[in-house]
Design a protein around this ligand. Structure first.
Ligand SMILES: *[C@@H]1O[C@H](CO)[C@@H](O)[C@H](O)[C@H]1NC(C)=O
Ligand SMILES: *[C@@H]1O[C@H](CO)[C@@H](O)[C@H](O)[C@H]1NC(C)=O
Ligand SMILES: *[C@@H]1O[C@H](CO)[C@@H](O)[C@H](O)[C@H]1NC(C)=O
Ligand SMILES: *[C@@H]1O[C@H](CO)[C@@H](O)[C@H](O)[C@H]1NC(C)=O
Ligand SMILES: *[C@@H]1O[C@H](CO)[C@@H](O)[C@H](O)[C@H]1NC(C)=O
Ligand SMILES: *[C@@H]1O[C@H](CO)[C@@H](O)[C@H](O)[C@H]1NC(C)=O
Ligand SMILES: *[C@@H]1O[C@H](CO)[C@@H](O)[C@H](O)[C@H]1NC(C)=O
Ligand SMILES: *[C@@H]1O[C@H](CO)[C@@H](O)[C@H](O)[C@H]1NC(C)=O
Length: 664
């Protein structure tokens, strides 16, 4: 039964009769935005939304500390760390009517951290009969005497209820779970920072259906196809048995960072909008004098279904708004109130065609900061990003792009490398765009291992489902210590090309050693045959004849160096930059590639298989190869570790995307 939702969807298009419904009011203690179904109240005392109701149902519960609030804004951006603005804020109530004739109301919260003169502002708008809030967040820093402050470590909004209304988490169409019960955590064992073993409570719905381990990182998502995430109420704790959803919709992605490969936390009892973080090695901008950037819009959406309405149905209702063209007239109408937000008059549609290499699967085109890897697009504070899936005929279309000069990047599954073109000018007068991508080649391919797809998901414990639980989450989502590497690879990784199976014989993480730190199932670090992986392969005389140069390509989907998630300054640790060595046929050729510190980030230990991607080509004389059996050893330094201040593994590691050998 989805009747109430369908009715709502129809109402959204018919705004003309709704003028009387929208109220923006203030009194001595609160600012309130309300229509007939939905209302929020922001308290003057702390600058936060402290009440939210839909059809009379309280969505937040009582305030307790920072729970029972939201959405509200915070950051890791002041010299001492985190700051939650609002307590000394200027608050402003706005209202108007957009170009479609639909009334809207808004609240601007703007607070300055006096010691440094940093200002954080949060904008919320309620439009017509919609049951949600359009959200923008702005960060400024003007301080000429201290031109470099620090990095913008985190910026996020949080819908943080304090009620048992919410029973389930939904991170993507295919990944959802009942929430663990609060009581289960009193019986939990902390196994790693922010990671608990809950297996002592097998009756808990999360434990019985999803995993014995709970970490918010299991519930992260990557941005490429992300539409919406949130929490669901199955009605067991609502006033009248109705089901509810609280969602964050990615209707636009232009002000996030890291392109479609960025992954972040989405829901864990809090419904997040992570605008900036260093999770999984993501890049963070510096806060320097003159920094002024507005993030958004995103849409916090609340919906209600009948007692039988499923999580999937409420989610699908929310997902329809994950479209940058949705509500474009409205956004243009409020643009004057939102510094840095560009209205439609300076936006255009970017469309055209890509001639793709043969065999390209799931091709994608990305626009991002000019002359930067889109994974590191945080240098220009005005930089924006967009992407679109390329269709079967090579066509693509990206609407509402801000006019400007961008880098175009194209990549695809099954294809090594990237297509990159800088200085692509996009304006309202620019014509059809055609790009031709020829796959990089260093001659004849002798073999490849894995699928070039910017992830290590195809290897052991990657994307394969965990069939031990009914909801079968992908194995990489589960805490890494759950997998007994010493038992699975007693004599290390020995992969024979053409015989071994990537899904069984290659681990999703190449460890320098298998750590006991952060691993409750292991007492001592395990070193045996761990840092060196052996690849063997047979070659025929014909494969080698007439060839002079061999090229071995290694594409990496994630690296943890001793620099951790610190992005722009190398630490003085020995392995801030991580040496990765190829040995061909027992010393016939040996070369070391040093993976730079700024590619580092927690990846596999934070339940990920796709983080910063980077690649390297080793060229060497074909004479180093031989007819018959050959051997490559892929080495990380023995016992390479980092110093961890939290309960986290100290082992350094890489995660492979794909490998291949070519000769020419
Ligand atoms: C002010 O508004 C809030 C939220 O609507 C309400 O709870 C409160 O009672 C109001 N206070 C006064 C003094 O009217
Ligand atoms: C804003 O609200 C005021 C007071 O309720 C109302 O008189 C005015 O018409 C509204 N403005 C717009 C543009 O809707
Ligand atoms: C600029 O930042 C420095 C260091 O954080 C601080 O001492 C100074 O007061 C700030 N200046 C202003 C104008 O806030
Ligand atoms: C503090 O920041 C504001 C903008 O938020 C700016 O107008 C002002 O000049 C800054 N003050 C100083 C002393 O730099
Ligand atoms: C941040 O500042 C550091 C130190 O000045 C610099 O090396 C780095 O390139 C800067 N990063 C960005 C994204 O601006
Ligand atoms: C490590 O390998 C050595 C030699 O292969 C073996 O003797 C030893 O038992 C192994 N240690 C462990 C802990 O597996
Ligand atoms: C790892 O391999 C390298 C290169 O073959 C070799 O020099 C080193 O001795 C090996 N280390 C271990 C611990 O086996
Ligand atoms: C590994 O390195 C640590 C210091 O980081 C050291 O304490 C330990 O003894 C080393 N283990 C081996 C087997 O070399």
């Amino acid at each position: 039964m989805l009747t109430p939702i369908k009715t709502l969807a129809v109402c959204l298009g018919l705004a003309s009769h709704s003028v009387a419904l929208l109220r923006a009011t203030e009194n001595s203690t609160h600012l309130t935005l309300a229509n007939d179904r939905f209302s929020v109240a922001l308290a003057r005392s702390n600058g936060h939304i402290v009440d939210a109701t839909l059809d009379g149902q309280d969505l937040l519960g009582p305030v307790s500390g920072n729970t029972g609030k939201g959405p509200y804004l915070d950051c890791s951006c002041i010299p001492s760390g985190f700051w939650t603005p609002g307590g000394t804020a200027n608050l402003q109530l706005l209202n108007g009517t957009d170009s479609t004739g639909t009334p809207w109301a808004g609240i601007i919260m703007s607070d300055t951290y006096k010691p440094t003169n940093q200002t954080l502002s949060q904008y919320f708008f309620l439009r017509g009969e919609e049951t949600g809030l359009h959200a923008f967040s702005r960060v400024t820093y003007f301080n000429a005497t201290t031109p470099y402050l620090r990095s913008l470590g985190e910026l996020r909004t949080l819908f943080r209820p304090n009620t048992d209304l919410w029973t389930h988490f939904s991170t993507s169409r295919d990944n959802h779970t009942p929430a663990p019960l609060a009581a289960t955590f009193s019986n939990a064992l902390t196994v790693q920072d922010a990671t608990s073993y809950l297996g002592n409570t097998p009756s808990d719905p999360y434990v019985s259906q999803y995993s014995d381990y709970f970490t918010k990182y299991s519930l992260a998502e990557s941005w490429r196809t992300h539409d919406v995430h949130g929490q669901y109420s199955d009605g067991s704790h609502s006033n009248d048995g109705s089901t509810f959803g609280a969602w964050l919709v990615h209707n636009t992605v232009e002000t996030y960072y890291g392109g479609p490969l960025h992954a972040d936390l989405v829901v864990d009892g809090i419904v997040y909008n992570y605008m900036v973080s260093g999770h999984f090695g993501a890049p963070m901008p510096n806060i320097t004098h003159g920094f002024d950037r507005t993030f958004g819009p995103q849409f916090y959406y609340f919906n209600r279904g009948g007692p039988e309405t499923s999580l999937a149905e409420l989610r699908a209702d929310a997902a329809q708004y994950a479209d940058p063209e949705w509500n474009a007239e409205f956004y243009d109408s409020i643009a004057e109130y939102i510094p840095n937000f560009v209205p439609g008059s300076r936006r255009t549609t970017f469309e055209g065609k890509v001639n793709l290499p043969k065999g390209a699967k799931k091709p994608i085109i990305v626009l991002s900061e000019n002359k930067q890897d889109f994974q590191l697009n945080v240098f220009d504070t005005k930089s924006l990003q967009y992407w679109a899936e390329i269709d079967k005929s090579g066509g693509f279309r990206i609407p509402r792009i801000v006019e400007g000069t961008y880098r175009v990047t194209i990549y695809a599954d099954e294809i090594f490398g990237w297509f990159i073109q800088d200085n692509v000018k996009i304006s309202r007068s620019s014509k059809q765009n055609t790009f031709t991508w020829r796959e990089e080649s260093a001659g004849t391919e002798l073999w490849r291992i894995g699928i070039p797809d910017k992830s290590s998901g195809e290897y052991l414990h990657g994307y394969a489902p965990d069939t031990s639980k009914p909801l079968q989450p992908e194995q990489y989502r589960i805490y890494w210590g759950n997998y007994d590497y010493p038992a699975e690879f007693p004599s290390g990784v020995n992969f024979h090309v053409g015989q071994s199976d990537i899904a069984k014989d290659l681990n999703y993480i190449h460890w320098a050693f298998f750590p006991s730190q952060g691993n409750h199932l292991l007492d001592e670090p395990y070193y045996n045959n761990t840092n060196n992986w052996t690849i063997t392969f047979d070659l025929t005389r014909r494969q080698l004849q007439h060839a002079k140069t061999a090229t071995f390509t290694v594409q990496i989907a994630g690296t943890k160096t001793a620099n951790g998630n610190t992005k722009w300054t190398p630490s003085d640790s020995q392995y801030a930059n991580l040496p990765w060595t190829l040995d061909v046929n027992n010393g016939a050729y040996e070369s070391t590639w040093v993976i730079p510190y700024y590619r580092s980030g927690s990846c596999g230990v934070r339940s990920a298989v796709a983080c910063q991607n980077i690649e390297h080509h080793f060229d060497f004389p074909v004479a180093m190869l031989r007819q018959g059996g050959n051997q490559f050893v892929l080495s990380l330094p023995f016992n390479a570790s980092s110093v961890e201040t939290a309960l986290l593994p100290d082992a350094l590691y890489v995660q492979y995307d794909a490998l291949r050998l070519e000769v020419k």
